[in-house]
Design a protein around this ligand. Structure first.
Ligand SMILES: [Zn+2]
Length: 229
């Protein structure tokens, strides 16, 4: 499939050794419903559903370890060292965070919104990878498309939770989720050159992505990490 259908992360793939993709709006433009989307994506990527695990996301800071396909409840990130298992998350404005470590063979897929980041979701993912055998300095990260600072107005009650990552604009606050997540990964021991930031914004680039902020949509982008078939 071409890059109209998926965001690809070649630098991350080279550094981590893992395949990483995020679907775009093109699937919906082609007439696929959210319900049909995952099957269509699995088909496009030649992935069997029996080789995919996903968290039933609840905007928590919880990350779980799995070696089994299927749903994992009450968490927002998954870590695995099973080579033939793909990990999947759904987002619309929150950050899809891919983590991979070529040395240990561990990978993670994380749904990072403000609640998750505030609850330490990236740190929790790195700690779990460390517990399973990764050295943080070997872990690579890439951020998928997410709402940018200029588009992300929040109330003061959210802004105060991220004192280093917001700025006041009139009576509102703008929250920089990506810088908050970047700092958490740095603090967790990742090398800054191993954290790959992308500029894609789900609101600025509304014709390519989907944004819950913008239109309260049920549609979600799907991010997948796995191996090269
Ligand atoms: Zn934006």
């Amino acid at each position: 499939m071409d890059d109209r259908y998926f965001d690809m992360y070649p630098s991350f793939e080279r550094l981590s050794g893992f395949m990483a993709r995020t679907s775009t709006r093109t699937f919906f433009n082609d007439g696929h419903s959210q319900a049909a989307l995952t099957d269509r994506i699995f088909y496009s990527l030649n992935i069997s559903r029996n080789h995919v695990a996903w968290p039933v996301q609840v905007h928590s800071g919880t990350v779980d370890y799995t070696r089994d396909p299927g749903a994992v409840f009450k968490c927002d990130g998954l870590v695995t060292d099973r080579e033939d298992l793909f990990l999947l998350i759904r987002t619309a404005d929150c950050i899809p965070l891919f983590l991979g470590d070529k040395e240990s063979g561990l990978k993670a897929m994380v749904h990072a919104g403000w609640r998750g980041i505030y609850n330490g979701i990236a740190e929790n993912a790195v700690l779990l990878m460390k517990k399973k055998g990764s050295c943080p300095e070997n872990i690579c990260a890439v951020f998928g498309p997410a709402i940018c600072e200029a588009c992300y107005e929040v109330g003061e009650e959210v802004a105060v939770l991220f004192p280093d990552h917001n700025r006041k604009q009139g009576t509102k606050f703008l929250l920089n989720l990506k810088s908050a997540l970047n700092q958490q990964l740095n603090d967790a021991g990742l090398k800054s050159e191993n954290i790959l930031l992308t500029n894609s914004c789900t609101v600025c680039q509304r014709e390519r992505y989907v944004s819950y902020r913008l239109n309260k949509t049920d549609e979600r982008l799907i991010s997948i990490i796995g191996y090269f078939l």
